[in-house]
Design a protein. Structure first.
Length: 242
């Protein structure tokens, strides 16, 4: 069958490749690693066993990760901090400039606000009884250049690391802070305004969604809503409903 140039262009725009000759062999299947990192092949060895790693192995894998282009611009990876058996696990979005410099999530003014928010519900990322300590990490372990939004391929590449962190911590509650963290964790495109205020599930673990502290620094009016979210989180922890 012969195709007009216009139809060829339309089909090409939809990702459809035409084969007019039966003798023409189909193209080789695309390498998923190559497709996700803009044409640069990536070694898959070691990624398939992320789901069996312990803490030291997982830390080493994240520190040496080159699964996407963010490895080229980062200063260092941002693995996470806190009690590795915490009841409450906090998940942010992506490291910013200060996180990239210090290698720790939620630093600077946003970090200070988070510490105050945690203190208000009797939790801490630092010293204190183990039952009151949290574990904090991000959806992405590397800073996107100029703090741009994470791209889907980057989030997909980092997802196994976050999944394994949750499996190792085994928290009673996940607190997703910010739109990208919530949408990635819950596999949804719903806006944060519709996600907050109710309890979701990641596998069997309750999830509460709230605003990112950096957003709250710019939008003071939503601090009251964030407080409601924290109260919801605190009530779940008190009930031990995980």
């Amino acid at each position: 069958m012969r195709w007009t140039e216009r139809r060829r262009e339309m089909l090409a725009a939809m990702g459809v490749r035409l084969f007019e000759s039966p003798a023409e062999p189909p193209p080789a299947a695309a390498d998923p690693a190559r497709a996700l990192v803009g044409g640069a092949p990536q070694a898959q060895q070691g990624r398939d066993d992320i789901g069996t790693m312990d803490w030291p192995a997982l830390r080493a894998a994240v520190a040496g990760c080159r699964a996407c282009g963010l490895c080229e611009s980062r200063r260092q990876t941002v693995f996470g901090v806190g009690n590795e058996q915490a009841r409450l696990m906090i998940i942010g979005e992506a490291p910013g400039e200060q996180e990239d410099l210090q290698g720790e999530p939620f630093v600077g003014q946003a970090g200070k606000l988070l510490d105050n928010m945690l203190r208000a519900i009797g939790m801490t990322r630092g010293e204190g009884p183990p039952a009151h300590q949290v574990f904090i990490t991000n959806t992405l372990k590397c800073r996107p250049p100029r703090n741009r939004n994470p791209e889907p391929a980057e989030t997909a590449r980092c997802a196994p690391y976050l999944t394994r962190q949750i499996e190792l911590v085994r928290p009673r509650l996940l607190l997703a802070m910010g739109r990208f963290a919530a949408q990635s964790l819950l596999a949804t495109d719903e806006p944060i305004g519709r996600l907050r205020g109710r309890v979701h599930r990641w596998r069997d673990t309750p999830v509460v969604v709230t605003y990112h502290p950096a957003y709250l620094l710019r939008t003071l009016a939503d601090k009251a809503r964030a407080w409601d979210d924290l109260c919801l989180a605190a009530s779940i922890l008190e009930q031990g409903s995980a």
